[in-house]
Design a protein around this ligand. Structure first.
Ligand SMILES: *Cc1c(COP(=O)(O)O)cnc(C)c1O
Length: 425
């Protein structure tokens, strides 16, 4: 697709350019395998001498459309669709890190990622140092070690909707000589393009706003292709011969596609975290309205946040679109809207939060965010319950905190529902 199209046009049309007589809508290629006429042709594919689909665990035509669309929406050179957002972050990690390596991550991140980095990867010998993302630059930089392989943070953190100081984080990553990996799940490329602010690799859980209808689990890794792996001796997996591909060197053979090529031929081949054709098709279809949905999620959430802030039974509201937010200016600098997610604390502590949630009628209690339908969740007793009290505090979870994901229904109905529920305290 031509690069000079606007993001809205790319959301609708990028990735699928049917030829004469082909289906206007991309087909679902529901097949695990692809046919070839000669043994040599398939052998060349296995040796990465030619490109083509042969087994759906590595690549398939339905995900390819989604990958190409997301790469162009984000401004990257390539993308890899994964079975979930967790799989996307895992793929980045296994592509860059070995046992004995080190990651620096903002502490204010999604609970699942905090578990992955802090516990599961630790068991594999990959250690993460969690840092307060608003700590002074020198303090965060002091966590850099010779074996640090990437720096990780979320553009808009889940659930505390903190806005990342991109300039600071990209300076620290440059100082460390490692890629800055950003989880851009909440803003999506419609509200923020982290590549414009110094990120080298972006991951999304497409299960959230990208799909946006709570119908397809998925994730995607997008690479900007601008990190110079050959400039350091840290990434031997990318810069020295790979014995499982007859000594191929990814950076030599694939240039700025090295990270994507290794992620696919190595990590995806061995760990098998590919997005299914059906989920790729659903996600790609739903991306066609991403720009419209993100605009409405953001404008509805803005009005809801202002309503909650003025409500006598609400103790506090945390939404970076509010003038009272300490991150209001930063949000204006990096985001074209603050998405649909906010947190608030009703009066009455944990009990108050439970009363409000139980009384809601339009908003459902769901273990999900970023859906067309308004939903609420109590992180302290659900998504973040596996974290210790200290870990909960470090990720910003208070006992009364309700995470509210504002949908794209009429905003007056959402506000009326919250209003009647808040009267129950
Ligand atoms: C949900 C979420 C994830 C994990 O994605 P799954 O698709 O549920 O595996 C990662 N990061 C953020 C910010 C999320 O909200």
């Amino acid at each position: 697709m031509e690069n000079n199209y606007h993001l809205e046009t790319l959301a609708v049309q990028a990735g699928w350019n049917p030829k004469n007589g082909e289906s206007r809508v991309q087909p679902i290629v529901q097949s695990t395998t692809y046919k070839y006429a000669t043994a040599q042709e398939l052998a060349d594919l296995f040796d990465l001498k030619s490109a083509g689909h042969f087994y759906t665990r590595l690549t398939h035509p339905t995900a390819e459309v989604l990958e190409n669309k997301m790469a162009s929406l984000c401004g990257g050179v390539g993308a890899i669709a994964t079975a979930s957002g967790q799989a996307a972050t895992s793929l980045v990690t296994f592509n860059l890190c070995n046992a004995g390596d080190h990651i620096i991550s903002a502490s204010t991140i999604y609970g699942g990622t905090a578990n992955l980095l802090g516990h599961s990867l630790a068991k594999l010998g990959i250690e993460t140092t969690f840092v307060d993302q608003d700590a002074p630059e020198s303090e965060i930089a002091s966590a850099i070690r010779p074996n640090t392989k990437y720096i990780f943070a979320e553009t808009l953190s889940n659930p505390s909707v903190r806005v990342l100081d991109f300039e600071k984080f990209s300076r620290i990553a440059k100082m460390a000589g490692v890629p800055l990996v950003i989880d851009n799940t909440f803003p999506t490329p419609v509200l923020c393009r982290p590549f414009d602010f110094g990120a080298n690799i972006v991951v999304h859980s497409t299960s959230k706003f990208a799909d946006g209808h709570a119908s397809a689990l998925g994730g995607i890794v997008v690479d900007k292709g601008d990190f110079d792996y050959e400039a350091s001796d840290k990434y031997l997996g990318l810069t020295t011969p790979d014995p499982t591909y007859h000594g191929l060197v990814y950076t030599k053979t694939f240039g700025n596609m090295a990270f994507i090529a290794k992620g696919r031929t190595h990590v995806m081949r061995d760990f098998g975290m590919m997005m299914s054709p059906m989920n790729a098709w659903i996600t790609n279809m739903n991306l066609e309205t991403l720009h419209l949905r993100m605009e409405r999620h953001s404008s509805n959430a803005q009005k809801v946040a202002e309503f909650l802030e003025s409500h006598p039974n609400v103790e506090w509201v945390n939404y970076p679109g509010l003038k009272s937010s300490p991150e209001y200016e930063r949000a204006k600098k990096y985001l074209k809207g603050c998405s649909g997610v906010m947190t608030f604390g009703p009066k009455g502590g944990r009990k108050g939060a439970e009363k409000v949630m139980d009384a809601l009628k339009l908003a459902a209690i769901v273990c999900h965010v970023a859906d067309a339908r308004t939903g609420v969740l109590h992180p302290a007793s659900t998504t973040h319950r596996q974290l210790s009290d200290e870990e909960q505090k470090a990720t910003g979870i208070l006992p009364e905190l309700i995470r509210l994901s504002v949908g794209i229904e009429h905003v007056d109905d959402i506000i009326a529902d919250l209003d009647q529920a808040l009267k129950n305290i």
